[in-house]
Design a protein around this ligand. Sequence first.
Ligand SMILES: Nc1ncnc2c1ncn2[C@@H]1O[C@H](COP(=O)(O)OP(=O)(O)OP(=O)(O)O)[C@@H](O)[C@H]1O
Ligand SMILES: [Mg+2]
Length: 444
Amino acid sequence: MPAILVIEDEEKYRRVIGLHLSGSGYQVKATATAEEGLKLAGEVDLVLTDLKLPGMDGLALLEKLRAEDMHTPVIVMSAFGTVENAVEAMKKGAVDFLPKPFSLDHLTVVVEKALEVRQLRDENRQLREALGQRYQFENIIGRSPAMQEIFSTVTRVAPTRATVLLCGESGVGKDMIARAIHQHSPRKDRPFVKINCTAIPENLMESELFGYEKGAFTGANTSKPGKFETANLGTAFLDEIGDVPGSIQVKLLRVLQEHEFERLGSNRTQHTDVRIVAATNVDLRAALENGTFREDLYYRLNVVPINIPPLRERKEDIPYLVEHFAEKFAGSISEGAMERLLAYHWPGNVRELENVVERSILLAQGPTVEAGDVRIDGGQRAKPAGGSAGDHFLPEGMTLEEYEQSIIREALKRANGNKSQAARLLGLTRNALRYRLTQMGMEG
Ligand SMILES: Nc1ncnc2c1ncn2[C@@H]1O[C@H](COP(=O)(O)OP(=O)(O)OP(=O)(O)O)[C@@H](O)[C@H]1O
Ligand SMILES: [Mg+2]
């Protein structure tokens, strides 16, 4: 039975909250001051504290708890109109806030969520140990400690409905992880709706996200559900969340907080049960500082942050990724080629590595990619140390793809359409040729 400490100076509040929580099956301790509460905080699973207290206030309490390295989650309650304080409290480590007055149902939800997050944190550590040697999570590869940690977080958090914020440069795997979270959740048979916030123009965003009624605006000849309605009971993946304009941020906050929205042109409030996963490749904290991103929305999204480091900061993943892609593209990679791949800094991260491996396999001289076959940077061969490879080895006016296709066509012609023979002529495996033909739309 989880234990909850309630710190509230107003006796009436303290009593009602205490009764409600013990009625819900929690063990409750209650105090009127933070000083007293501090002594009990280590013995409970959750602290629920008022912000404004005589003597030490809620913020000071949070600081003390951190200073003493106590990880008991804290929910703060604050009177209406003091959102700034609540945000301040979240920054100091509070897991959630309850604006007063709140309903007891709302209290239950917030308490359950906070306890869930706490349990996740505890289990994460155990799981990391158990995972030990696992370098792959579904089709996501990673043996670096950072990726191992991410796998265990995903495993723990996926089954809950906690909001996840994925941060990382382009090509590090944010999409993949968002999908893995959905796949490992009880919502996996429900929709996974990806919303690319950059791709939707600002004036269309509201209707895209929340839908509209007939006649809501010129051209709205029918009514249409929005992405959040489509995603109901499933997962909404908000990609490039940093690009959401302020007017929409308020509405997203409402979805996250109250699970409510209205279609454009309607005043019927809809309730939605959507799990939110958001992603960004910019540092949202900078956007917070210059005021383009709302703090309250940020703290709502950042319940479970997952930071995916760039590939250059986890080079130990490269050999495993390369082997994985080599298998996918039916080729093999020599040690010399691997060294080349390890030496590069991968500004385009895993996406770029995948492309380079694919291209190198397809254009290699023999069945194995040798160091000289590695084609980094838009299809050109890696420059050999000390010299420069011919920059203009492509026939005038031809793209790499066109050139490649012309060679493949030529080989097929010479082999009278026999694919095994054409593959031999090209120095490719049959699989690699077949794969390439599929890519070119020439298979079958
Ligand atoms: N750990 C990994 N294991 C295997 N493949 C990966 C991994 N990470 C990324 N990839 C591959 O790299 C490509 C890019 O990944 P993804 O689309 O998930 O990146 P992203 O972070 O969402 O990028 P962007 O910010 O540009 O949207 C995908 O084709 C994916 O298959
Ligand atoms: Mg993406």
